[in-house]
Design a protein around this ligand. Structure first.
Ligand SMILES: [Zn+2]
Length: 489
């Protein structure tokens, strides 16, 4: 028997007919389940039926689902699409030898993107994200004119998170990090962020939202953090901050306050269900710290704080969270973020699964099911959303159709493992956000991807020119990041 519709049909309906595999949300168990040979119907941006859907009105659009794996769109809770895409080839292999291998302090301030470059980067990253199946992204960026327009045009569902802070770090040498403070700029940044978030919420697309983003635990004053947390609670906004992302930062917070970064954020009331920490790696149990306490993981779990886990960017410097499975078992909600290039959430999931096991020395610490849950409902939970990250009646029609017949998906015994460990984004064919198609045959529809890449390449050349002026030692990019091979004539 066809399953009854839950709401009257006022908008034209689309039916994905006879999906070979569909990952549905099972409310009873609170987890994803496979379903075979089922239909999924959506209308007006919302899923209205999953099961055996009868042919409805004459204007119903039918999509053949046979040969497809139908998934909920991925929720990427931590990305810097305006800046990171420009760093390809430059920061893949750097890490400060005298700053615990972090790249943050000595290298990140060297690349000064301009507005044209930021826009190109944003377009490139949004294409790549959607082509890997991301339907919701948290865009942690510096505000620029036209930013919300770019997000709106892309078709993606986005949380605009304009960064603000009371100070900035800089490497005075290769072995010392210093901070320069401008308290008024932080305060002004919070005010401007709240105004931009209001504009995002009013955006005609209806797909934009906002997030408060005090940039880093070590660059925001205690007063600014307290006010940002209060504003987040008063306005029911998610708040994200970088914290516990380097050994340098851990010791800086210990020097200032006699507290770990997590302990400090707990003490001043920032932690809570609305808070997301990128990247919460250097908790007091991390082996690189050799710290005598074991309290930070419990602080995150007890407060309901979420972690944005972005393994790729840290793994390039030999750094990893220890370990995904331990955080999960402690009761910490984890979501996945892409942070850097390539903006490919499926590769990020693979890296997360592998590094969890390597860091734990245990093949059973995390399975594909756990990582898949983090990249879908884990991210949605972090954003306080029950209508994202799942295929269920009443949820948003944010849907990914994976070609289950793609050679890289076969032999097809378990489609999620085939996707995560083998096929990657190559098998992602069609993506819908709010019921609207944003990727067709593997290509994002909103932007001219090759043209955006060409503009990004020009922006990278402009930024490379400026590197010697920004580096503490006046070095050129080629000295800091020598090419893989010498060029002979
Ligand atoms: Zn980040």
């Amino acid at each position: 028997m066809p399953e009854p519709m839950t709401e009257p049909m006022t908008e034209p309906m689309t039916v994905i007919r006879n999906a070979a595999w569909l990952v549905a949300w099972d409310e009873a168990s609170g987890s994803h389940v496979y379903r075979r040979d089922v239909d999924l119907a959506f209308a007006g941006g919302t899923i209205v039926a999953i099961g055996n859907v009868s042919r409805a009105a004459a204007d119903t659009k039918e999509i053949d689902g046979s040969g497809f794996l139908v998934l909920p769109g991925f929720v990427d809770i931590h990305a810097h699409p305006s800046s990171e895409p420009m760093l390809k080839g430059l920061t893949d292999e750097v890490g400060s030898r005298q700053l615990y291998m972090s790249s943050l302090y000595e290298y990140l301030p060297l690349f000064d993107n301009d507005d044209a470059g930021r826009r190109a980067a944003n377009e490139v990253a949004l294409c790549e994200l959607m082509q890997s199946g991301v339907t919701t992204v948290c865009d942690l960026s510096t505000e620029r004119d036209g930013w919300l327009d770019t997000l709106g045009e892309s078709g993606i569902r986005a949380y605009a998170a304009p960064g603000f802070r009371s100070g900035r770090w800089y490497a005075a040498s290769g072995h010392e990090v210093r901070y320069e403070w401008h308290e008024d700029a932080g305060r002004d940044g919070l005010d401007r962020a709240l105004r931009l978030i209001d504009r995002a919420r009013q955006h005609p697309s209806g797909r934009l939202a906002g997030m408060l983003y005090p940039a880093q635990v070590d660059t925001c004053s205690e007063a600014l953090l307290r006010d940002a947390a209060a504003a987040a609670r008063a306005r029911s906004l998610p708040l994200q901050i970088h914290a516990a992302q380097s050994v340098v930062e851990f010791h800086e917070m210990m020097r200032r306050h006699g507290m770990t970064p997590i302990e400090f954020l707990a003490a001043i009331g920032v932690l809570g269900p609305q808070a997301i920490l990128g990247h919460a790696i250097f908790l007091d149990h991390h082996s690189w710290l050799h710290w005598p306490t074991r309290d930070d993981l419990g602080r995150l779990a007890d407060s309901g704080t979420s972690v944005a886990h972005c393994p790729t960017v840290f793994s390039r410097r030999g750094i990893t969270l220890e370990d995904f499975g331990a955080y999960r078992r402690a009761g910490v909600n984890l979501g996945i973020g892409t942070d850097t290039f390539p903006h490919n959430v499926v590769e990020e999931m693979r890296t997360a699964a592998i590094l969890a096991r390597v860091s734990a020395g245990n093949a059973h610490t995390a399975a594909a099911a756990d990582i898949f849950a983090a990249a879908t409902v884990g991210g949605a939970t972090a954003l306080g959303r029950t209508d994202l990250g799942r295929l269920a009646v009443g949820a948003k029609a944010d849907i990914v159709m994976v070609d289950a017949t793609h050679p890289a998906m076969r032999p097809l015994y378990d489609p999620i493992r085939s996707l995560v460990y083998s096929a990657g984004e190559r098998a992602v064919r069609h993506v819908f956000v709010d019921g609207r198609q944003v990727v067709r045959d593997g290509k994002a529809l909103a932007f001219d991807y090759p043209d955006a890449v060409a503009r990004l390449e020009a922006a990278q050349r402009r930024a490379i020119e400026k590197v010697p002026r920004l580096d503490w030692g006046g070095r050129a990019a080629r000295e800091i990041m020598p090419p893989t091979l010498p060029t002979l004539g």
